[in-house]
Design a protein around this ligand. Structure first.
Ligand code: GLP
Length: 236
């Protein structure tokens, strides 16, 4: 595991964007696993900048996102589909039909989840998976629990996650109580993993996840077993 500490969020964003950019240059038809939350915003901004300068070409890239809130349509401003459109997809030349985000309004979630996993497997898996980390150690929306959940699944969000994510909504009451998230198989089978975390609030959970025991109580701790993971942490 490589652990990089940067002095600023701008540097974190640049370094992470460099890794993603290298992936796209080396394999133009790669599969990028993408993440939402506040941490990746600066990375996407940097990638857009390099795209505008002609330094990166997304035309052959496929993307698969980690998760989506149950009940929010893609045009809802707090949906993760909307987030991805606003923060990346609408500003680069990725083919819209090659961008996948779980459907939070699926009629049948068992079918949707199985199809999502089958789609990822059909792509040959993920080349580079970008991750953030929740304060409780969740990745995607894999919340702490008694076991690691292997496949894409619907999850009940924990109260602490609802509170943490309520900053994006008008009130905590508006935060959906459930989400659909990629499970650990697709994440762990990604050829490379890049996890970003910024600010001192994330320091303790990073230490517990990467220096403590591997336990489903801290879902990110499973990443200790991944053969090619880079963690970038910014102190401010
Ligand atoms: C949400 C997302 C996660 C993300 C986490 C942390 O819960 N589902 O994928 O890692 O938020 O977000 P932030 O980067 O805003 O702290």
């Amino acid at each position: 595991m490589k652990f990089i500490t940067t002095a600023t969020y701008e540097k974190l964003s640049r370094q992470a964007a460099n890794i993603i950019s290298a992936q796209v240059i080396l394999k133009p038809d790669c599969v990028l696993g993408l993440a939402t939350g506040s941490s990746p915003v600066g990375i996407y901004r940097q990638l857009i900048d390099w795209y505008r300068k002609g330094d990166i070409d997304f035309s052959r890239v496929t993307s698969v996102n980690l998760d989506e809130y149950v009940g929010l349509k893609g045009d809802h401003p707090q949906s993760y589909r909307y987030f991805m459109q606003q923060n990346l997809f609408d500003h680069v030349n990725i083919d819209p039909k090659n961008t996948y985000v779980p459907d939070g309004c699926a009629a049948d979630f068992a079918l949707e989840c199985a199809a999502y996993d089958a789609r990822i497997a059909g792509m040959g898996g993920i080349d580079l998976q970008l991750l953030g980390i929740g304060l409780d150690g969740h990745i995607g929306f894999n919340e702490p629990g008694d076991c690691f959940v292997k496949n894409t699944h619907v999850v009940e969000l924990h109260e602490s996650t609802i509170q943490a994510n309520s900053r994006f909504f008008d009130s905590p009451d508006e935060v959906p109580r459930r989400a659909v998230t990629m499970g650990m198989i697709s994440i762990m089978q990604a050829k490379k993993i890049l996890l970003v975390a910024n600010g001192p609030a994330k320091k303790e959970i990073l230490t517990r996840a990467f220096e403590g025991p591997i336990t489903p109580q801290i879902p990110a701790s499973i990443l200790q077993l991944h053969p090619d993971i880079t963690v970038i942490y910014s102190e401010v």
